[in-house]
Write a protein that binds this ligand. Sequence first.
Ligand code: DGP
Length: 125
Amino acid sequence: MPIDPRAPYDEDNIFAKILRGELPCNKVYEDDFAFAFHDIRPQAPVHVLVIPKGPYVSWDDFTAKAPESEIAGFMRSVGEVTRQLELDGPGYRLLVNMGGHGHQEVPHLHVHIFGGRQFYHMIPD
Ligand code: DGP
């Protein structure tokens, strides 16, 4: 079920629990701004999610409310994850689903990193 992007942040969402270490994940990266882990339902040979450490429901919430230092830090972190995964040479795809039409399922902003194969079509479904 897609989320309501205008709902208040839910401290009990799955990614909040992963961030607090209350649920397990296959972690790949962490710094002051971001936490990254493998997607539980991978749709490519590499499918990693990067989430901000702050409580942001969606891309809309993050870009409207986060201080510039957090936005800049998070963007840099996403780049760092792609380099640690050695995707900067072959290339990769980033995706953010937002709200109902975007079919966002988890109400904590996450950037999907897809890699490890050639992508052709713009929309991956
Ligand atoms: P989206 O549709 O953009 O909200 O994508 C949510 C993604 O989150 C989806 O690809 C599956 C993944 N996911 C959902 N629950 C979990 C979980 O508990 N652990 C991990 N690692 N990934 C999850």
